[in-house]
Design a protein around this ligand. Structure first.
Ligand SMILES: NC(=O)c1ccc[n+]([C@@H]2O[C@H](COP(=O)([O-])OP(=O)(O)OC[C@H]3O[C@@H](n4cnc5c(N)ncnc54)[C@H](O)[C@@H]3O)[C@@H](O)[C@H]2O)c1
Length: 249
């Protein structure tokens, strides 16, 4: 049983990429807090299953974050329906492994647009509807710190997220809006387990994390719940590295 953050009840929370992985866990965690959750994704089948498994009726809309008009229209519709937006979570991203010499300009530009420009688009569209006490949560990554090979565009986009967060926190601070980054360690989502996490990687994580237990998506959702709640009112412009101490090793 997770803790209850009473101030999140009835808050309007919007989540990008809520159909899978950490995003789907956040849809569950915020609806469990009694928040009104609106999420977008391009994966309609997975999004429908997230909604079907949740009797608190999260609202899904198909939005491609690469498309400025779709982003603007989604956020305007949420604001019109609910009258405000209390929490914006910029979670959607992609993390392909592409060696430098195989990466086209199109690959690079699309990845940066999906992972970084999308956060600018949602934040620009949402902030006008966000009252004092609201919170924006962006997603960076442990890879910004440990810099694995064949992920140059991804790691660059995640470094950009941390810089974007710092500047946006300063710009929106006068409106009483906090902006923070969560950098997850290696999280055992279905996709990571299917595509990348081998027994060797599990062994490496267990050795290098301060606490060996592998990280689950709901644990990152819990960090987002904390950053959305007024219990974290002292925290803005910051990065929380939720990696069970891996980077510390
Ligand atoms: N899983 C990890 O180990 C890990 C580690 C570090 C950082 N992160 C970060 O955490 C966040 C969530 O990661 P995850 O592993 O749960 O991802 P995921 O791939 O499981 O889910 C991402 C979701 O975003 C959606 N999406 C992608 N592009 C989109 C677009 N253009 N428009 C709308 N939706 C789109 C996908 O369809 C998917 O449902 C990401 O920002 C990721 O970089 C994850």
């Amino acid at each position: 049983m997770e803790a209850t953050f009473h101030d999140l009840k009835d808050k309007v929370v919007i989540i990008s990429g809520g159909a899978n992985g950490i995003g789907a866990s956040m849809v569950k965690a915020f609806t469990a807090q009694g928040a009104q959750v609106c999420f977008c994704d391009v994966d309609v089948v997975a999004a429908e299953s997230v909604c079907a498994g949740n009797d608190r009726q999260p609202l899904f809309r198909k939005v491609d974050l690469l498309k400025e008009r779709q982003v603007n229209s989604w956020i305007a519709a949420v604001a019109k329906t609910h009258g405000r937006i209390d929490v914006l979570i910029n979670n959607a991203a992609c993390d392909p492994r592409i060696p430098l010499n195989d990466m086209s300009v199109h690959d690079w530009d699309t990845l940066i647009a999906r992972n970084l420009r999308s956060c600018f688009l949602t934040s620009r569209a949402a902030n006008e509807h966000m009252p004092k006490g609201s919170s924006i949560i962006n997603f960076s990554s442990i890879t910004f710190h440990n810099a694995p090979p064949e992920m140059t565009a991804y790691v660059a986009s995640k470094g950009g997220i941390i810089s974007f967060t710092r500047s946006l926190a300063r710009e929106l601070g006068p409106k009483g809006i906090r902006v923070n980054t969560i950098s997850p360690g290696w999280i055992m989502t279905d996709r990571q387990l299917k595509q990348f996490v081998t027994p060797k990687i599990k062994r490496m994580l267990r050795e290098r994390q301060c606490i060996a237990t592998l990280l689950q998506p709901r644990e990152i959702a819990n960090v987002a719940v904390f950053l959305a709640s007024s219990l974290s009112s002292a925290v803005t412009g910051q990065e929380i590295l939720a990696d069970r101490g891996w980077q510390h090793s």
